[in-house]
Design a protein around this ligand. Structure first.
Ligand SMILES: Cc1ncc(C[n+]2csc(CCOP(=O)(O)OP(=O)(O)O)c2C)c(N)n1
Ligand SMILES: [Mg+2]
Length: 562
C-alpha cells in the first residue's frame, strides 16, 4: 500500500520508539506537520529557536539513553540547528535531526530558504542523508537511527525535500540494518584484555580515568567491580562525573584544567592509567606531552579512531566498555594498594580543593553545595558553560548514575535550559536543576516560554556574577586584568521570569540561599532563583594554559575574603 512520504516518516519514527520531537515548523515541513494529528504517539514540543531543539534532543538522549529527535525547516531553521548538532557530535550523543529542504526542482537554484545542510553538517554529523525519493525514506530513517545509537553514538541528519513529503510510496524497511563498512567492534580482543589485566595486576600506582563512554555504555557495576577488586582509585573527566559514586572511598573526583588537586596529582604520579571511554581532550590532559609522565596507558574505547589520537597508548582495547570490563574483571587479582591509597588520601587532606569559606555574601560554591544538601544528591544537574559549570561539577556530589548533564567537548553556552527541557521531557521522574551563568542563560532564555507552555518542573539557579565570568577569570590571571567585553548586564531576572508566569526569587545574602532553594523545591512547577554572587570569584584549582596537570594553581590566599 502506498502512503505519503510524510506518513512514511511518521510511521518510521513511531517504529523507532520516538515519543517526543523538538522543533519549529516552516514552509518546507508544512506537509509533514499537517499530518501530525494522525500520530498522537509523536508529541511535538515547539521550542523558540532550533538550536534549542537540538539541545533538547541532546538532553533527552543523555537522560534516557534513547535517540533524541529534533526538527527544523529548510534554510535558517536548518542552520540554527548547527550548534546543537555540533554539541551532540563532540559529546557522542545520539540525535536524529530532520530538516525540511526546498522541493527537488528548486535544489541548487538558491531558492528561498535553500541551504546545503548536508554539506554544512558533514563534519559535525556521524552521517547525513538527502532523501530524494519517498521510496527510500523508510530504510533511510531506520539506518539513521541505527547509526545514531550504535557504536560510538552521534548525531545523524536527514534532509527531506518538501515534495518528497507529498510523494506516495511503499513504506519499505528491512528487518535488520546491515551496513557493509559499518560494524562497530563490541567485543574487546582477548589478547589485549589479557595484556591489560597483566599491567593492572602488576601496577603499584594505578588510576582509572572514567569518561563519558562509561555512562553511555552503562557499565556502572563493572567499573565498581574493577575498582573494588583492584583497590584502584577512580578519577573522572567532566563528562565521566556520575559514572562512579563520588562518596565512595575510591572516588577522587574530576581531574583536568579545573580538576581537584589530588585527582591531578594521582594522574601525574600514576604508574598505570586505565582510561575508559574518554578521549584525552586537552582540557583533561593539560599539556599533553607531560600527561601522566610515569604511566603506561591502557585505553578502552569503542571508537578505534580515538586510539593514539592525542596520547601514546600502550594497550588499546577497542570495544563496548561494558563487555570489555566484564571480560577484564575476570582476570583481575584482588589487591590492597594501601600505600597508594594512603598517599592519595594524604594529598586530599593537604589540598582539600572543595573547602568553602564562610561569608555573608553569596559564594557560588556555597550555593551549589546547598542545592546538593537540599536535594540530597538526588537531582539531575544540567549546566551552561563557564565558571558555574565548573563549580557545579566540583561542589555537587554525584552519587547517582548519569546525573550531570553538561556540554563538554563544544563548551556551548546556552546549553543548560534547552537541555534541561529535554531531560525533563525524557524522564519526568527526574528532579531537574538547571544551573546556569547569567551569560549562558541570556543565550537561550527565551526557552522560558517553552518551560511555561509545557509547565515543566525545572528549577533554575542562575549564578549571576554580572560577567562572562570564565573569560573574565582568564583576563584577570593572564591579560593584566583588562576586563574587555566581559562585564555583562541583563534583565531583572525575577521580572523576566515573572513575565512568563514563572515564579522567581533574588538572593543577595548567604542566609537567604537555603530558604530560597527550599521555596523552589516546595513549589510545584518551574521556579527561578537569581543568585547574585560574588562577581570576581574564581574557579580553582586551575591549570594555566600550556601547563601540565601537576602545575595547578590553588586558591591564592589573597583572594580568600578577609
Ligand atoms: C556560544 C559560546 N560563546 C562563547 C563562549 C566563550 N565562553 C566560555 S565561558 C564564557 C563565559 C560564560 O559566562 P556565564 O554564562 O555568565 O558563566 P560564568 O563563567 O560567569 O559562570 C564565554 C563567553 C562559549 N563557550 N560559548
Ligand atoms: Mg556570569
Amino acid at each position: 500500500m502506498k502512503i505519503t512520504g510524510a506518513q512514511i516518516l511518521c510511521e518510521s519514527l513511531v517504529k523507532e520508539g520516538v515519543d517526543v520531537i523538538f522543533g519549529i515548523i516552516g514552509a518546507s515541513t508544512l506537509p509533514l506537520y499537517d499530518i501530525f494529528p494522525q500520530y498522537p504517539q509523536l508529541r511535538h514540543i515547539m521550542v523558540r529557536h532550533e538550536q534549542d531543539a537540538a539541545h533538547a534532543a541532546d538532553g533527552y538522549a543523555r537522560a534516557t539513553g534513547k535517540v533524541g529527535v529534533c526538527m527544523s525547516t529548510s534554510g535558517p531553521g536548518a542552520t540554527n540547528l548547527v550548534t546543537g548538532i555540533a554539541n551532540a557530535h563532540l559529546d557522542s550523543v545520539p540525535v536524529v535531526a530532520i530538516t525540511g529542504q526546498v522541493a527537488r526542482p528548486f535544489i541548487g537554484k538558491d531558492a528561498f530558504q535553500e541551504v546545503d545542510i548536508t554539506g554544512i553538517t558533514l563534519p559535525i554529523t556521524k552521517h547525513n542523508y538527502l532523501v530524494m525519493d519517498a521510496k527510500e525514506l523508510a530504510e533511510t530513517i531506520q539506518e539513521a537511527f541505527h547509526i545514531a545509537r550504535s557504536g560510538r553514538p552521534g548525531p545523524v541528519l536527514i534532509d527531506i525535500p518538501r515534495d518528497v513529503f507529498l510523494d506516495e510510496a511503499e513504506a519499505r524497511s528491512s528487518t535488520k540494518v546491515d551496513l557493509p563498512g559499518y560494524k562497530p567492534t563490541l567485543q574487546g580482543h582477548p589478547t589485549q584484555i589479557k595484556k591489560a589485566a597483566k599491567l593492572i595486576n602488576e601496577a603499584h600506582h594505578p588510576v582509572i580515568i572514567a569518561g563519558h563512554g562509561m555512562i553511555i555504555s552503562g557499565a556502572y557495576d563493572e567499573l565498581r567491580n574493577l575498582a573494588e577488586t583492584g583497590q584502584i582509585p577512580v578519577i573522572t573527566t567532566l563528562l565521566g562525573i556520575s559514572s562512579f559514586p563520588e562518596s565512595h572511598p575510591l572516588s577522587f573526583g574530576m581531574f583536568g584544567m579545573h580538576g581537584l588537586a589530588y585527582a591531578n596529582m594521582a594522574v601525574d604520579n600514576a604508574d598505570l592509567v586505565i582510561a575508559i571511554g574518554m578521549r584525552f581532550d586537552d582540557r583533561a590532559t593539560a599539556k599533553v606531552s607531560d600527561f601522566a609522565p610515569h604511566a603506561r596507558i591502557i585505553h578502552i574505547d569503542i571508537d578505534p579512531a580515538e586510539v593514539g589520537k592525542n596520547v601514546r597508548v600502550d594497550v588499546p582495547i577497542v570495544g563496548d566498555i561494558k563487555r570489555v570490563l566484564e571480560s577484564l574483571n575476570q582476570l583481575i587479582t584482588p589487591a590492597k594498594r594501601t600505600d597508594w591509597l594512603d598517599q592519595l588520601n594524604g594529598w586530599k587532606e593537604k589540598h582539600p580543593s572543595l573547602e568553602i569559606r564562610d561569608s555573608d555574601k553569596v559564594i557560588p560554591q556555597y550555593v551549589i553545595r546547598q542545592i546538593y544538601e537540599a536535594t540530597q544528591g538526588e537531582a539531575t544537574i544540567v549546566t551552561g558553560v563557564g565558571q558555574h559549570q565548573m563549580w557545579a561539577a566540583q561542589h555537587y556530589f554525584y552519587d547517582k548514575p548519569n546525573t550531570l548533564i553538561s556540554s563538554g567537548g563544544l563548551g556551548t553556552m546556552g546549553f543548560s535550559l534547552p537541555a534541561a527541557i529535554g531531560v525533563k521531557m525524557g524522564d519526568g521522574d527526574r528532579i531537574v536543576w538547571s544551573i546556569d551563568g547569567d551569560g549562558s542563560f541570556q543565550m537561550t532564555s527565551h526557552e522560558l516560554a517553552t518551560v511555561a507552555q509545557e509547565n515543566l518542573e525545572i528549577k533554575m539557579a542562575i549564578l549571576n556574577n554580572g560577567y562572562l565570568g570564565m573569560v573574565r577569570q582568564w583576563q584577570q590571571l593572564f591579560y593584566k586584568k583588562q576586563y574587555i567585553a566581559t562585564p555583562l548586564s541583563g534583565p531583572d531576572l525575577v521580572k523576566f521570569a515573572d513575565s512568563f508566569g514563572i515564579p522567581a526569587l533574588r538572593v543577595k545574602h548567604s542566609k537567604e540561599v537555603a530558604p530560597a532553594i527550599q521555596k523552589a523545591m516546595e513549589h510545584q512547577g518551574p521556579f527561578l532563583i537569581d543568585f547574585v554572587i560574588e562577581p570576581e570569584e574564581n574557579v580553582y584549582p586551575m591549570v594555566p594554559p600550556g601547563a601540565s596537570l601537576a602545575q595547578l594553581l590553588e586558591q591564592p590566599a589573597k583572594e580568600v575574603e578577609a
